[in-house]
Design a protein around this ligand. Structure first.
Ligand code: PMP
Length: 436
């Protein structure tokens, strides 16, 4: 077994919060799947750079040059972290949601999109202008692959495509969007196998790595995915930044995601009074406006910190924490852990559950008020999946929120505990004690 590392230093470890029972306690941040605390190392890097930041790609001054270098080097660091191929582009975005909406805006004409109903809304919803096939929730990895293969084999002929695949089927452009690790169950998805199935049927695949990248190495080449999207704030880097990385052709074949300065190489008035624009064919094409250099720099800093800590040691440590939490929950008969793929499925430190006789929102509120533990309750922006896992219909919830249920009624929402590289043993031990 690889050596287990110590928790990585993160911000907020000494924050104390009041308890309803009196006194105070250090805050146990167990909601990493929503936003992870920033690594101390990221904060230190940003603090060292902050006095010097300046405009990127827009100034001749020394500090502008410095910031431009840092921004472009951050792109290289992220490309290395993701094992990008020659010719791949790394676009800095605001978040995973932004990255997937950018890709959705860059789909070629007549593209058909395949997405499991189990996805986070950020992966489920951006494709609404395309022809979308929603795939039923699978109960095993094999079923996931077979479901996708069947759907791809049956796919509609693209109206404008004359091409035929070797299997005799139609081959218009197609995209599969899949998560690497579920933000509800923490379960890993068989990304490599799904990518192989997609490619065998002439489709491309984008990986939503929002929950995978903070916990596992993600290598574009090894997984053989065409694009990958993730968010800085779940990867221990704050500041509203995200990444879309992968194949350049669709991105460069599309109109810029945002039109404006930085995306355009040349703009000129035409004789007829209009305006002609030549857009960049680099990542800058989709990064109009002054870039978020601190956001990009903090993502690069987090990538370096995770690589230096070593994913073998991080995964080994997280496996211990998962074991503690799962054993603790299993010891309470009223607790039901939500799972698509069963107990033996490989997973990251994201675990959702319901407690018989408890309204999940009240339960989460009690963990906070009585124990200083921050978890999440609700439907986790994955309404179809949580409804499937809870085994029934729920009332209409608010945006990403939860409907109210009277105590003792069947749960209409769930509780999610999530943790990662900065989590000390004490936090998960306190959580287990509190649930008991
Ligand atoms: N995909 C998954 C699997 C997620 O967990 C999340 C965030 N909960 C997102 C996408 C969206 O990330 P963001 O809110 O940073 O855009």
């Amino acid at each position: 077994d690889p050596a287990v590392c110590a928790p990585l230093p993160v911000l907020g470890r000494d924050v104390t919060v009041p308890l309803v029972t009196g006194g105070e306690v250090t805050y146990a941040a167990l909601d990493y799947a929503a936003s992870a605390p920033a690594l101390q190392r990221v904060w230190d890097d940003v603090a060292a750079y902050a006095p010097y930041y300046g405009s990127v790609h827009r100034g001749a001054g020394y500090l502008s040059q410095l910031s431009t270098d840092l921004f472009e080097n951050a792109r290289k660091t992220v490309a290395e972290f993701l094992g990008c191929r020659e010719g791949d582009q790394v676009v800095f975005t605001r978040s995973t949601t932004d990255s997937l909406n950018l890709l959705a805006a860059a789909l070629p004409a007549d593209c058909q999109v395949f997405v499991f109903e189990t996805e986070h809304h950020a992966s489920l919803l951006p494709w609404r202008d395309a022809r979308v096939t929603y795939l039923d929730a699978p109960r095993t990895h094999d079923e996931a692959v077979h479901t996708l293969e069947r759907a791809l084999a049956d796919r509609d002929p693209s109206p404008s495509s004359q091409l035929r695949s070797s299997r005799g089927g139609p081959t218009g452009p197609a995209l599969v969007c899949v998560t690497g690790a579920s933000n509800v169950t923490g379960e890993l998805w068989p990304v490599r196998e799904l990518a192989a199935a997609a490619h065998a049927h002439g489709a491309r695949i984008v990986l939503d790595a929002a929950q995978l990248a903070p916990h596992h190495p993600v290598d574009v080449r090894e997984l053989d995915v065409d694009w990958i999207a993730f968010s800085g704030h779940k990867l221990y880097a704050p500041f509203g930044s995200g990444v879309l990385a992968g194949r350049a052709d669709w991105l460069q074949g599309a109109e810029p995601y945002l039109a404006g300065g930085g995306a355009s190489r040349k703009v000129a008035r035409r004789a007829d009074g209009g305006v002609d624009v030549e857009w960049h064919d680099t990542a800058a094409r989709h990064e109009a406006g002054s870039p978020n250099v601190i956001g990009a720099y903090s993502i690069a800093s987090a990538c370096k910190a995770l690589d230096e800590a070593g994913f073998d040691a991080l995964v080994a440590r997280e496996r211990q924490l998962i074991g503690t939490v799962r054993a603790g929950l299993a010891a309470v008969p009223q607790v039901r852990v939500l799972s698509l793929f069963g107990d033996d499925a490989p997973r990251v430190g994201v675990i959702s559950f319901v407690v018989d006789g408890w309204n999940s929102s009240h339960f989460a509120a009690a963990l906070s008020a009585e124990y200083g533990i921050g978890v999440r309750d609700g439907l986790f922006c994955a309404h179809p999946l949580v409804r499937t896992l809870l085994g029934g219909e729920s009332d209409e919830p608010g945006e990403c929120g939860a409907p109210e249920a009277a105590p003792g009624e069947r749960s209409l929402n769930a509780i999610r505990v999530s943790f990662g590289a900065g989590t000390p043993d004490e936090h998960v031990e306190r959580f287990v004690r509190a649930v008991k």
